[in-house]
Design a protein. Sequence first.
Length: 192
Amino acid sequence: MKLLALAATSTGDDPKTGCILEVAAVLFDPQPDLHETTPKQRRWATWDCIITNSYIQGSPSRLADNMEVIEEIAGTFPGYRQRLAPSQVVPKIREWLVSNDVSSDAPVTVAGDSYDRFDRPHLLRLPGWTTMIESSLRPAVLDVGSLCFRPDDGRLQGLEECLDVIGVTCGALSRAEERALHIATLVSRFFT
């Protein structure tokens, strides 16, 4: 069983006024049929990019929180990740998914942190997301908050709180790549 941890970073909660800055994905099997000594890199396939928007707008607090990413987009902060125009993101992630045997004939379930409420609305604004990516995703989403549900107050935990429950110290998770990797870590821990 493969799952796709998917995360995006944006400059605001509303996809109409905020810009998507980066996308990251981790394709993983939470119950791999491998020896425990097999390195995580052989069990997990990762993909990420920054999106070279020509114009960036959003809420002041989100712009401040994501200044490092914005500087990387502007070229004033050294970066190592692939830089893609918004129109290039979907074809590249589709190519990566297909190279990892994910397609409409072999879809995966998304694991995310409030994916339907936050990440998906932003990703839907990328050209081609609906036609090229959504067909490879199962309609159900595994929200990591449901793994740490608190019946006493009825609320879902956020990613950072869930990681704390399993003893993983992570600090603030502002980057998409960090969040996608931690989502995969959290889900994998619940399956072992």
